[in-house]
Design a protein around this ligand. Sequence first.
Ligand SMILES: [Zn+2]
Length: 101
Amino acid sequence: MELATLLRGVCSRCGRPFLLEASPGLSVFCPSCGHPIDEARCERTSVVKLGDCEVRDWDRLAALSPTTQQMVLQALESGRAPRELYPVLLKLREVGALICT
Ligand SMILES: [Zn+2]
């Protein structure tokens, strides 16, 4: 589980929209045409990348608010979570309710 930055924008050469993960210090290129992407013109979003995680303790999860539970389950399904969920996910992992490999 780690934080990542996503870049969302439209390629200035081919005009296709993209959603890419930014790597610090590395240039990013359009997945369609390979044109270098100007990160300054992209919308940046911080997300949590979960990798392979599964719930081990459903009681712990059930103790969270219904909204948060829903968000956690969606995050597990998609492999990504909004930045706000990071502390919750860390806590769940800490107590062993969430197992990530
Ligand atoms: Zn392109």
